[in-house]
Ligand binder design. Structure first.
Ligand SMILES: Cc1ncc(COP(=O)(O)O)c(C=O)c1O
Length: 392
């Protein structure tokens, strides 16, 4: 398949002390915190049994994060958990306070400003969580961000604007503003000297792993597809699922060809992080990140089997398959970044050589996370209804 690149991870198994922060205990703590929100419900794990039969694979499971807290994406899990930890500390508690108690007590504090950069979903999650706890938020977006995503962030309570910058420069802008204004930066990617907040955000994502463990009820996927922007979600889930499942399914990390920083880092295998350069021009806006998060790489170097980079066409096709699956399968509304994991799976299933390369056959059980719904409806319809995408 043209435009579909694979590199197997030569560093797999490299030990890292970070694994301890992403174990079953951490997953249980995140899940217990999120259960304290009135909006909480586990997101569905959908079985695409008829679609799997068409492709000749044992089964395909898709966890549908479009149902998360009414916010259409998984990202709020990280922001809410991180704010929960930071506000608990500010209230003098060494333990993470229950969400309801935290809400009550934080309302009595002078409001603090939380600032972040986002291509949409993370910023919406921070805006929502800050408002929930009676705090203020400021959100910066890269150039080209969808108007609907900006509007949703504002509606969730943040002051938000689209900057003329690319994603990684928008992060630097948020960092500079935090320093200048005395705001708390809550970024979902780490760099030297800034790791604790991103690690808390990553731990928040573990609620997905805890729910999956329950929903799988003893079944063990053979292949797990995790899409990566800065890699925080993929790394957290890869690490925790290994501990929760008690075995190591094949972990495949998926990126757009035009924002392939993990692919480059794995291919170089020289102990350095490698950024993707250029415009990062992809429909997978949530994955359009040029610089990998350092702790995410450390975890993925230890847990991932392969890194895949693919064209926008693969994500677009997955959006259409999920919108109109085979037989009696439940349809899944999956956005451009949301469908990326399934996109890689379907590309592999369409190609005999790739199936062999990944050891996928009639006995395989694949798991993907649809990390967002249609967060940019106009583009969703262009892709699913009109079969068009990108700048066509
Ligand atoms: C829908 C969606 N999926 C996946 C990701 C990737 O997450 P991460 O940046 O932690 O790799 C993002 C990031 O914003 C996203 O919005």
């Amino acid at each position: 398949m043209q435009g579909f690149r694979v590199v197997f991870n030569s560093e797999k198994g490299r030990p890292t002390p970070l694994m301890r922060r992403f174990d079953r205990r951490a997953a249980a703590e995140a899940a217990a915190f999120h259960r304290g929100f009135g909006e909480y419900a586990p997101t569905p794990l959908t079985e695409l049994t008829d679609t799997a039969a068409v492709f000749g694979i044992g089964n395909i499971l898709v966890k549908d994060e479009s149902f998360r807290f009414g916010l259409n994406a998984f990202k709020v899990l990280g922001g809410s958990y991180c704010l929960g930890k930071l506000l608990s500390t500010r209230l003098g508690s060494r333990e993470l306070l229950d969400a309801a108690e935290l809400r009550r007590r934080a309302a009595g504090l002078p409001p603090q400003t939380f600032v972040t950069a986002t291509d949409g979903n993370h910023g919406r999650g921070i805006a929502w969580a800050a408002s929930y706890f009676g705090q203020r938020s400021v959100v910066y977006m890269p150039r080209g961000s969808a108007a609907e995503r900006l509007e949703n962030i504002r509606r969730a309570g943040a002051e938000a604007e689209i900057t003329p910058l690319l994603y990684d420069d928008t992060v630097r802008h948020a960092k500079a503003q935090a320093a200048a204004e005395g705001w708390q930066l809550v970024q979902d990617t780490a760099w030297e000297g800034y790791t604790e907040v991103p690690l808390l955000i990553m731990q928040g994502y573990l609620t997905i792993a805890a729910e999956l463990h329950e929903q799988l009820a003893g079944r063990v996927p053979t292949h797990i597809f995790l899409q990566a922007g800065v890699g925080s979600m993929a790394a957290a889930l890869a690490a925790a699922l290994r501990d929760l499942l008690g075995t190591a399914p094949k972990i495949i990390v998926v990126e757009p060809n035009r924002a392939d920083c993990f692919f480059r880092t794995a291919a170089a295998a020289d102990g350095q992080l490698h950024a993707a350069e250029g415009e990062l021009d992809t429909i997978m806006a949530g994955l359009a990140c040029g610089e990998p998060s350092a702790p995410a790489w450390e975890l993925l170097a230890s847990c991932a089997d392969a890194f895949v980079a693919m064209d926008d066409a693969a994500a677009a096709r997955a959006m259409r398959i999920l919108a109109a699956p085979a037989g009696a399968d439940t349809r899944i509304i999956s956005g451009e970044s949301g469908a990326a994991g399934c996109g890689a799976l379907f590309e592999i299933l369409h190609d005999t050589q790739l199936r062999e390369m990944f050891g996928i056959d009639a006995a395989s059980l694949a798991l993907c996370i649809s990390t967002e719904g249609a967060t940019d409806k106009q583009n969703y319809r262009r892709i699913v209804w009109d079969g068009a995408y990108g700048n066509e």
